[in-house]
Design a protein around this ligand. Structure first.
Ligand code: WT7
Length: 633
C-alpha cells in the first residue's frame, strides 16, 4: 500500500506493496505536481534521455497556435533513438522483436543488431527506387515483421509512411494512396487471417490502377501463392534483397524535430478520412515517455501489444514506443482466439509475456469462452495489463483483473486517439484504479468536461471532453488540409483541443469516457465515420438515401445499424438487405459490414436537411428522443 492511502469514492483497487516496490515511479502525485507547474520542463527532462544530433533552442513554440511546434531547432531521427543508439550498448544483442506465425510453426526473432540490418536493407532498397526525404510511401501489409521494418526504413531515410490497415478494401486503399500521392507501395502477396488468405496484392493491383502517383510496388512473399506481377512496376522483395545496393550500411537521415514522420488516416464525423500527421521529435519523446511510465518497461520485460500494426496503437506501442525504450516487443500474426480460444494465453505462457496490452472487444470476446481456457495456462509471468480503444465495461475489467491478472496485475486503461499519438488519460502502475475509468490525465496534461457553451460541467455530469495543454506527440495538422485541422479540433472551444468524446469527471478527478460525441462509430475498437458508411450505401444503384448509427453490442462495443430509403422501382427484401451489407464491406472492408439494414420511407431530418442520427438512435433503443424542436416532420 502506498504511504498515505487516499480516500476515494466508489469501487477502488489500490496497488499492492509488491506493485509499488516494482514500480519505477512510486509517487504519482509528486511527478504530476512538478509537471503541472512546468509542463515544458517535464518534457524537456524526458527529451534529455534521448539522443539528439542537435539540441532544441526552444521546447515549445505556441506563437502560431494551434500549429504548435515542439523541440524547435532540434535535429534527430526517431530511428536513431529506436535502433541506432542501442547498438552502442548491450542492447545490440537484446531481442527487439519476437514474432510467431499464425499456424504457430514459425518463430522469427530479431536482436537490435539484426533489426538494424533488416531496416537498413529495406531503407537501401526504397532509396534506390527514388524515394526521397518527404516522399510518401503507402504500406499495406499483414502482421509480419516486415511491416515494422517498412515503417522504420521509411523513417530512417526521412520518407513519410502511410500505413493502411490490411482489412481495408480497394476503394479505401485507393483513396488513401491517392490522397497521400504515394510514390511507392509496400505490400505482401497475401496475409493469413483465421486460416484463410487475404488477397493484399490483388487489392493493391486494383487500387493502383487508379493511382498515377505510384511508380513502384514492393511485394514481400508471405503466403506463397501466385500473384500477377506487373513488369517494371512490381518487384519481389526477396529479389531486391539479393541486389548489391540492398546490402551495406544506410545512413540515418538527419531530420528536423518537426519534420513529418508519418501520416495515418482516421475517420472523422464528416467527409473523407483525415490524414493525421505526426513528426519525428515530439512523437518520439511522447511515445518513449508514456510507455516508460505507464507500462513501466524494464530491460527483462517481454511486452506484447496485441493490436494491429496498421492502427495508431501499433505505430506507437508495437513499433516506436517499445523500441525507443529498448524493449522486447512480441508480435503475433494470429488473432487472439485462432485456432482456439486459448491462443493468446498459450502465447503469454510460451513467450513469458510480462506486460499485455489489448482491446476491450477482445477481452469480452475471450470472456465468452469461459475461464477454463486461460486457466489451462501458466500466466504467472504477467505483471501489468492494459486496455485501449473504447471504454472497458467494469464486468470485463474485473474478469481481466481476476482471471488473467490473478488480482496482482494493475490494469492500465489508456485513453488516447490517433490524433494524440500517445496516452493522454491513463494511470501509472501505482495509481488506485476504478474499473472503467482511465483515471487522470498524463503528466503535463489537463483535461476538462465542458457544456455546449464551453463552461465546465459539475462533477459526474456528461459533457465534451477537451484537453487544455499542448503535448509533444500531438498531431501537427491534417496532411494537405490545415483548415480542417483548425475547424475540427480547435474551433468549438478556441484554445482547447476537442477530443470528440463525451465524458464525465467524478469527485476524485477521475475521468469516465462515455463514447464518441460525434458521428464516429467504434466497432470492435475500430473507428468508422457514419458519413463514409452512408456514402458507401448511397453508391449502390438501389439506394436513394441512407443513415448509419452505432448501437451497443455485447462483444463489439458498438455495431453498425443502417436505415435505407430505396429509389423508386426497387423493393425491400432480405436479399437486397444482404446485398447492401456486402456492398458496404466490399467498398470499405469487412469491419464496416453493417449489422443490419432497415428499409424506411423517411429519415428524421432537421429543417436544413441534416439527418438526425441521434433521433434514430433513441428510437432504435426505445429511449426518449430528447430535444426534437429542429426536427422537420
Ligand atoms: C477513440 C480514438 C487510441 C488508440 C486506439 C484508438 C476511444 C480509445 C479508450 C479508452 C475509452 C477509448 C475514444 C477515442 N478510446 N481508448 N481507454 N477508454 N475510450 O484510436 O481509432 O483514433 O480512436 O477511441 O472514443 O476518441 P482511434
Amino acid at each position: 500500500m502506498s504511504k498515505s492511502k487516499p480516500q476515494l469514492e466508489g469501487e477502488v483497487y489500490y496497488p499492492s506493496n509488491e506493485v509499488v516496490e516494482q514500480a519505477r515511479l512510486k509517487d504519482w502525485d509528486e511527478m504530476a505536481e512538478k509537471a503541472r507547474k512546468d509542463p515544458q520542463a517535464f518534457w524537456a527532462a524526458e527529451a534529455e534521455e534521448l539522443e539528439w544530433f542537435k539540441k532544441w533552442d526552444q521546447v515549445l513554440d505556441d506563437s502560431k497556435k494551434p500549429f504548435f511546434k515542439w523541440f524547435v531547432g532540434a535535429k534527430t531521427n526517431i530511428v536513431h533513438n529506436a535502433i541506432d543508439r542501442h547498438l552502442k550498448t548491450y542492447r545490440k544483442n537484446k531481442l527487439a522483436l519476437v514474432w510467431e506465425s499464425e499456424d504457430g510453426k514459425t518463430e522469427r526473432t530479431f536482436s537490435y543488431f539484426l533489426l538494424n540490418r533488416e531496416v537498413s536493407r529495406m531503407a537501401n532498397i526504397i532509396k534506390a527506387m527514388g524515394v526521397n526525404k518527404g516522399d510518401r510511401v503507402t504500406i499495406y501489409m499483414g502482421r509480419i515483421p516486415e511491416i515494422a521494418f517498412a515503417m522504420l526504413a521509411c523513417a530512417k531515410i526521412g520518407a513519410i509512411h502511410s500505413v493502411v490497415f490490411g482489412g481495408f478494401s480497394v476503394d479505401a486503399l485507393q483513396g488513401r494512396i491517392d490522397d497521400s500521392q504515394s510514390k511507392l507501395v509496400i505490400t505482401c502477396d497475401g496475409a493469413f487471417q483465421n486460416g484463410k488468405i487475404v488477397e493484399l496484392k490483388r487489392t493493391v493491383d486494383e487500387a493502383v490502377k487508379r493511382c498515377p502517383s505510384v511508380e513502384n510496388v514492393i511485394v514481400v512473399k508471405r503466403v506463397g501463392h501466385e500473384v500477377p506481377m506487373e513488369v517494371s512496376r512490381d518487384h519481389w522483395y526477396h529479389d531486391l534483397c539479393a541486389l548489391p545496393i540492398a546490402n551495406g550500411k544506410c545512413a540515418t537521415e538527419v531530420m528536423d524535430a518537426e519534420d513529418p514522420l508519418y501520416i495515418l488516416y482516421t475517420s472523422g464525423s464528416t467527409g473523407r478520412p483525415k490524414a493525421i500527421l505526426h513528426t519525428h521529435g515530439g512523437y518520439m519523446v511522447g511515445t518513449y515517455t508514456t510507455l516508460k511510465y505507464v507500462f513501466d518497461i524494464n530491460d527483462e520485460d517481454r511486452y506484447w501489444c496485441a493490436a494491429d500494426p496498421g492502427w495508431v496503437t501499433g505505430h506507437s506501442y508495437i513499433v516506436y514506443g517499445p523500441m525507443l525504450n529498448g524493449a522486447t516487443s512480441f508480435m503475433s500474426e494470429a488473432g487472439p482466439s485462432y485456432p482456439y480460444p486459448n491462443r493468446i494465453w498459450q502465447q503469454v505462457e510460451r513467450y513469458g509475456i510480462r506486460i499485455l496490452y489489448m482491446a476491450p472487444t477482445a477481452i469480452r470476446g475471450l470472456m465468452r469462452f469461459g475461464e477454463a481456457w486461460p486457466n489451462k495456462h501458466d500466466l504467472s509471468s504477467l505483471r501489468l495489463l492494459g486496455s485501449v480503444g473504447e471504454p472497458i465495461n467494469p464486468e470485463a475489467w474485473k474478469w481481466y483483473y481476476r482471471v488473467i491478472g490473478k488480482e496482482k496485475c494493475p490494469i492500465m486503461d489508456t485513453w488516447w486517439q490517433t490524433e494524440t499519438g500517445m496516452f493522454m488519460i491513463t494511470p501509472t502502475p501505482t495509481v488506485p484504479l476504478k474499473p472503467g475509468s482511465g483515471t487522470r490525465p498524463f503528466f503535463g496534461q489537463e483535461a476538462e468536461v465542458l457544456d455546449e457553451a464551453g463552461k465546465p460541467v459539475a462533477d459526474d455530469t456528461e459533457g465534451y471532453l477537451v484537453l487544455k495543454n499542448p503535448w509533444p506527440a500531438m498531431l501537427r495538422t491534417i496532411y494537405g488540409d490545415p483548415d480542417r485541422y483548425v475547424n475540427q479540433y480547435w474551433s468549438k472551444y478556441p484554445g482547447k483541443y476537442l477530443t470528440g468524446d463525451s465524458a464525465k469527471r467524478d469527485r476524485d478527478g477521475y475521468f469516465w469516457i462515455i463514447g464518441r460525441a460525434d458521428d464516429v462509430i467504434k466497432v470492435s475498437g475500430h473507428r468508422l465515420g457514419t458519413a463514409e458508411i452512408e456514402s458507401a450505401l448511397v453508391s449502390h444503384h438501389a439506394v436513394a438515401e441512407a443513415a448509419a448509427i452505432g448501437l451497443p453490442h455485447e462483444v463489439k462495443g458498438q455495431a453498425i445499424h443502417t436505415f435505407v430509403l430505396l429509389r423508386s422501382g426497387f423493393e425491400a427484401s432480405p436479399e437486397l438487405a444482404e446485398e447492401l451489407r456486402q456492398h458496404v464491406a466490399t467498398h470499405m472492408g469487412p469491419i464496416a459490414r453493417p449489422e443490419d439494414v432497415k428499409f424506411v420511407d423517411k429519415l428524421p431530418k432537421t429543417r436544413s436537411g441534416k439527418i438526425m442520427r441521434r433521433v434514430l438512435k433513441a428510437r432504435a433503443q426505445g429511449l426518449p428522443e430528447g430535444d426534437v424542436s429542429t426536427l422537420d416532420e
